[in-house]
Design a protein around this ligand. Structure first.
Ligand code: ZN
Length: 176
């Protein structure tokens, strides 16, 4: 069995690179499909992980995956019952096309910054345009937790970690 990639931790230089766009003609290639699969499989066992960006598994490409369970919680898939409710959502070459001026301080953590938490001010609403894992372009609006996740993940693609911006930073070890 192929070993799953480890999640890069905060001093790893791959987390500080500006990730490259995925050439659109390569989205369906076995190389990119492998990266997406590795990201999903790496995220899945982390119950507290809601999303992962490609640099976190050592791949400096502009891809992030949001765990399907978030969409269940937000009941955002109600308009599309044909899709499995647990399906992870893949964003390739995401671009923020709208960002609210209104901001909220939200509590945040990161799979690459164990076990630090802090408060980050994020726009409360935004719209993202991206390509899915089949190379189809889509646009998605988000608010609240989902808007926070999208901004955190796009920061990863630009070499930014939440601790660069966070206030009231504290370490909270998980219960054994
Ligand atoms: Zn993160």
């Amino acid at each position: 069995m192929k070993q799953m990639p480890e999640i890069a931790q905060k001093d790893n230089p791959v987390l500080r690179k500006i990730a490259d766009d995925v050439p659109l003609g390569e989205i369906m290639s076995s190389r990119i499909q492998r990266v997406i699969k590795d990201m999903k499989n790496t995220l899945r066992p982390h119950k507290d992980g809601v999303a992962i960006a490609a640099p976190q598994i050592g791949v400096p490409l502009r891809i992030f995956v949001v765990s399907g369970h978030i969409f269940n919680e937000e009941a955002l898939l109600e308009d599309d019952k044909s899709k499995s409710k647990e399906e992870d959502l893949v964003f390739i070459n995401p671009k923020i096309t709208k960002l609210s001026r209104d901001k909220k301080a939200m509590s945040e953590g990161c799979l690459s910054v164990r076990w630090i938490y802090g408060e980050v001010r994020r726009a409360s609403k935004l719209t993202v345009t991206a390509y899915d894992e089949y190379g189809k372009k889509f646009t998605r609006g988000a608010s609240g937790l989902l808007a926070q996740i999208f901004q955190h993940e796009i920061d990863h693609l630009n070499g930014i970690l939440f601790i660069d911006k966070a206030k009231r930073v504290e370490e909270i070890q998980p219960l054994k």
